[in-house]
Ligand binder design. Sequence first.
Ligand SMILES: Nc1nc2c(ncn2[C@@H]2O[C@H](COP(=O)(O)OP(=O)(O)OP(=O)(O)O)[C@@H](O)[C@H]2O)c(=O)[nH]1
Length: 379
Amino acid sequence: MIFHHALECDANPVFRWDKNLETGIDIIDEQHQRLVALTNRLAHCLMVGSPADADHIYADLADYAGYHFATEEAIWEKYLAGDAWFSAHQREHAHFIPSLNRLSGRDENLDADQAIERTFRFLVRWLLCHILEDDKKLADAVLAIQSGLDPKAAKALAKSRANNLLTVFVDTLLNMHSQLASRTLALLRERAQRNDIQNKLEATNRELVNLAITDQLTGLFNRRHFDTVLQREINRARRQRNFLTLIYLDIDDFKKLNDTYGHAQGDLALQAVAKVITKSSRRSADFAFRVGGEEFAILLANTQPADAEIYAERLRLAVLAREIPNEHARAAPLVTLSLGVFTHLPSAGDTQDLFLGQADARLYAAKSQGRNRWISRLP
Ligand SMILES: Nc1nc2c(ncn2[C@@H]2O[C@H](COP(=O)(O)OP(=O)(O)OP(=O)(O)O)[C@@H](O)[C@H]2O)c(=O)[nH]1
């Protein structure tokens, strides 16, 4: 007879009822199934419930075990009073509740998972061994007496049946194992799906982060990211005692380009310049940013002052070589750049403002000296 217990954990029990556990005495089998259901409920609660809920289930389990032992002992006593099997069984029962109480107490030496494992090892082992080794043997004897055998013959029969106990044990454990194996597979599948979702989430996060630090028109880093990276690179250069170069650059007479060819052409020119800058930055330690309308910033890490000047000149020439028309510009009828190049070995107390101010002053000097040039030293 099956005892129904409508609980969520019954759908996915830790300890699944097995036919081998049936003794053939209905009332005992029902009660055993109730004990297994309570064990599963406890497992579920220990994993996902509150300690107070778990304490309640421990108490229910102890109560129910006491009630069940009394039921069982009344049956055994009726047929086997005074028998050694009966008294040994009573002793077994008497040990259970104190052991369970010890397990329900908190143990400082175990973490939560270890404590749960310890409880389950005990309960599953106890129920399996007790039912398979003892209850079934006593039930066999009782059933044999009920069918007319005298107690001695009934015990002998029960004992001979118990000879195949090892096979029953192995069979029961294999059944339990195959249930667990299929649940493990389901968990592995779930974990793979979770990993997949996790990867997608991480990719989306990365995209969001990129979006937050990217200038949409040119694809370079934006002003917000410039502030972060500048401070970081100053700190790094100071720690590593390296030069850091900040180049501020601005398209010359960009207003005239917009006015002459329209805003859309202006945007294309910004994109073309950004592309040249990207191509010119060959090292991963170089960073390029669009920091304003037609203003860009470039950070070169660990670069000698003379190399920074070579870089600036190459960039100026590369933009010039693109021959983007800007017919009313003052330096040439093309898109040209003015660049302020500041290379410095940062020391303690050197701030972002020092770099920004010095690079800007050099850019301003390049503009006032005629545009289409770079300046790295102020008079
Ligand atoms: N097409 C376009 N134009 C922009 C954008 N952002 C700013 N600008 C324009 O860039 C121009 C910058 O002009 P100014 O600051 O006067 O400088 P300039 O004309 O480049 O002159 P100098 O810097 O002195 O050589 C303005 O006309 C802005 O409207 C943008 O995203 N797209």
